[in-house]
Ligand binder design. Structure first.
Ligand SMILES: [Zn+2]
Ligand SMILES: [Zn+2]
Length: 192
């Protein structure tokens, strides 16, 4: 199976996502306001979001993700105290992806770290779901509109996580230390 190189915009952070395929991950686009806020916070709306405010994400297991250079540049934030942990690079503010906690065998890698569209197309297959369409910008094509998370994709994510848990693909997790803490202390954007 195919590996995809991870690379931030400036090239300081490098790594690999192993065994990329439509079986080992789910390619989705999320239009939610939090994903949009994250891109805005980093000043990366132009490169991270599509014309309707969507973020393309490859949801896979942390065990497939490996950083080989620039790990010290990894940073994370939470939009709110209890929000999910959103990762980016300190060197050039490239969005990396989202995690929930060290126990959940899940990472949503953002396309900005995953290389060109043709590489993604040829390895991951097409986008299988567009979610949170109620937050999309005007003009979202009707065939992409789904309110919140449709049951089909929710079930698929759940089953993948279950499989990754059983097969031990949650580890090693490059985003967390052995004690379960994130490798970089999350900044909380809104302390409310
Ligand atoms: Zn960089
Ligand atoms: Zn989102």
């Amino acid at each position: 199976m195919t590996d995809i190189s991870l690379k931030c915009a400036c090239g300081k952070v490098k790594g690999t996502t192993h065994d990329v395929s439509a079986k080992n991950g789910l390619r989705v686009v999320c239009y939610c306001d939090d994903c949009q806020a994250f891109a805005r916070e980093l000043g990366q709306s132009d490169i991270a979001l599509d014309q309707y405010g969507g973020t393309e994400i490859y949801q896979t297991a942390p065990g497939y993700v490996h950083f080989s250079e620039g790990e010290d540049q990894l940073r994370c934030l939470r939009l709110t105290k209890k929000g999910i942990t959103r990762w980016y690079t300190a060197c050039c503010n490239t969005p990396i992806g989202n995690t929930v906690n060290s126990n959940l065998p899940f990472v949503g890698l953002i396309h900005t770290i995953l290389g060109d569209k043709d590489i993604r197309d040829s390895t991951m297959g097409p986008v299988i779901s567009y979610v949170q369409g109620q937050y999309a910008k005007e003009g979202l094509p009707a065939e992409r509109y789904n309110k919140a998370f449709p049951i089909g994709i929710t079930l698929k994510i759940f089953l993948k996580i279950l499989k990754w848990r059983i097969t031990g693909k949650g580890y090693p997790n490059p985003f967390y230390k052995e004690d379960g803490k994130p490798i970089s202390k999350p900044t909380i954007v809104n302390e409310l």
